[in-house]
Design a protein around this ligand. Sequence first.
Ligand code: SF4
Length: 973
Amino acid sequence: MTSPATAPLHDPTGDPAPGSTTEVKTTTCYMCACRCGIRVHLRDSGQGPQVRYIEGNPDHPLNKGILCAKGSSGIMKQYSPARLTQPLKRKAGTERGSGQYEPISWDETFLILEKRLSHLRATDPKKFALFTGRDQMQALTGLFARQFGTPNYAAHGGFCSVNMAAGMIYTIGGSFWEFGGPDLERAKLFVMIGTAEDHHSNPMKAMLSKFKRNGGRFIAINPIRTGYSAIADEWIPIRPGTDGALIMALIRELITLGLYDRDFVTRYTNAGQLVNQDEASDDFGMMMRNPEGDVINPLRHHNFMWWDREQGKPVADHAEGSDPRLFGEYAMPDGTPVKPAFQLLEERVRSCTPEWAEEITGVPAARIRALAHEMGVTARDQSIELPIAWTDFWGRKHKSVKGNPVAFHAMRGLAAHSNGFQSIRALSILMSLLGTIDRPGGFRHKAPYPRAVPPNARPPKGPASIKPNTPLDAPPLGWVETPADLCVDDQGQPVRIDKGFSWEYPFSAHGLMHNVITNAWRGDPYPIDTLMLFMANMAWNSTMNTSEVRKMLVDKREDGEYKIPFIVVCDAFQSETTAFADLILPDTTYLERHDAMSMLDRPISEYDGPCDSVRVPVLPPLGQCKPFQEVLVELAGRLHLPAFINADGGRKYKGYTDFIVNYETAPGSGIGFLTGWRGKNGDQSLRGEPNPKQWEQYAANNCVHHYSMPPEHQYMRNWNRGYLEWAQKVGLRRDLDPITIHIYSEFMQRFRLAAQGKGQGRQPPEALRDRVATYFDPLPFWYEPLEVQSSDKAAYPLAAVTQRPMAMYHSWDSQNPWLRQIHSHNFLFVNPKTAQAQGIEDGGWMWVESQWGKVRCLCRYSEAVEPGTVWTWNAIGKSKGAWSLTDKADESEKGFLLNHLISEELTSANGGKVSNADPITGQAGWYDVRVRIRAAAKDEAAQSWPQFSSTPALPGTAQTVPRWRAWFAGISK
Ligand code: SF4
């Protein structure tokens, strides 16, 4: 018999507490962005339901029951002592950053917001800026900003991976992760580039496991061998920021060896289209148009020309019976010299030899040759044929669907460089040459993709779009096609606070969150009044130059007013950023609220058809927590934003759930946030009248709606007439036209021509002409990242990058006692040879320095990193006082944040400031920093540096944190 002293705190095999009730509810995980289905086991012992444990939902299409460590640990996030529980206002007379707050009611909170925001809306709406982190409700937050009338809105994409989205979407009309991915069911060769263990976590692990069991070959190309790469059959180490050079060389080899899929390339890409080569023409570099050809879509013409190989003359593209030349140089009947786009690609890569790439990447030339050969031969010799008949856009009937089983996946390692867009364009072209787009064994789209190249939404076009008390005439974020689409004034100057969609970053489809605070602080291009942040830890890991940005948040004008006068932070936890808020709104956790993972946003679609999902509350909100969705719908009603009120001025929606059910993209469109159980009786999918029981029907069906398309619609969707007609009917596409792969990008060339002073339209300011003309190249090219170009590489010989750890997501999980057992602090991982050359011991304290700053941290030797790179896990290091960690917590004593070493700005060609970002998309170039390392002196403090003074626990959070914490279904210690 066990004595009381040694009795287990909890016996999991024992009877439930007497009189308690148990229940299992399904919802959707949000311990990371993958959105796996979960079943939450609850017990109620008379004090309200409490989470007993969380398991994966076996009936969910995304994870099929798999749950990762983070997902299981959601309990500890729910019961985190860092939970905010009531609205808080900075105490009068206290300084921002000191963490002195007083609780206020929601009524008072809404009155403060209503008064301030209604004044801004009536006077100058752009003085309100709304920026969000990794939320999953951008369709709502974007709608709120548009209705408010401010262009100053974006989520975290500009910091995360907009290059991946934009580089691929501007080329193939789709992208990785939420919008598409590798078909590992049928692939034989899988090449993963620049991906650790973050995006698409559980589904990727499950697919990889099956792929390997089926005998597939997995090659990981990455400076570091971690995460998924750990199970790769081969690791090819590469220097950060050089992937584009490797890919250019691979393209060259495929063309030289003739190992590209000619049939696919000619029919489904613009490789055969003729390009004007008359340098004197205003249309130099643009596609030749056939004035008598069918434009197909009046909004986006498709009347291109091919050079027919049999007839030896120009013909309409896709003319029945014609076959275009891909190589050569020709003259049109009027004498205009032309070349097929593929010829221009071949000329572009001709000098990109494997030896050239070896110099840049560190990958041996022989390995590059062998890799290209392996890709090409696998695609050609192991091709797949599925007995699925389909008809292409031009009416040709195909008896089967063919596939070339070489699949790729890439993410932030490729994207977070200032040359990422062009590198990802190159990757998309490589995938296209291998004939793998939306085919079995290759890349597969997920609804609502494929979309037009580029998609139809355009951002506001300039100051005229911003009017008091008026919604914007366009969504704040969109896809730029021509200079006319830029959001600039008559002088070509930026209109957005982050300078998105300006000549500095024309294709910034996700905005530039990383420059908002710096620009607002400097008043460049203008000062703002109110900055509202949702789920964005912008005083810590969601910014660069973190120490300086924290100073900007508390900096004052001469009149004593803060340079950013009012900061509102909505979050569920006391983060590093809450200390800088003037008003704090306590958000709910994912277990306490409704959410829609919408087809209007980023759904969880499968390759075989549209799939969206929801969260439903399994617990009541803690304290006075209120979902940010509810806050926005309430505010929208109070501010009389037109989409949220009736003609009589009364509120249209009772709250968020009512909004999700009843909102339609246009009156009577039948298209809303959710695609499942539409129509009055809930018997329609994708399109139908609002259904008042929609939430209940999602809840009764594992919180997910999956529409599986017939097999003949599942492949070749860019050109599949049956699919395209259906997609237009159900509202997934506006137009009925083919989505041609853009090997050669006319859109880029249009910007280059404008920069060269050609044409009648908008042209960049003088200071930016060279920049635009250089980077807006219609064909991909590799250039050294901008920060590397401006670094002294002899003084700073190493590249430094971060990766997201497998066990933690953004900054959320350093508060999680279960996950803290896996990591409570981070190391700088250094190749032993590199560390030993500097006399740095394994486990010893060291300094890592960039041209911008320095950090003291702990070293860990690792053979799994190429010698020219050092790296660390992101966001484990914490500032004291945040996340209810004690001041002695490992996270702040030993953990560190590499972002202190990375500048958010660089010096521009004219000596001014420009974002440290991709000059095409504005993607933060935070993987471009160059560093040097040295051992810390023996007598230095055994503590990471920089350190920040601790901020006090906020009212409503746990004021004291027990030394250790346990959670055993109803027993919290
Ligand atoms: S991968 Fe893990 S943390 Fe992410 S949604 Fe799935 S279970 Fe949750």
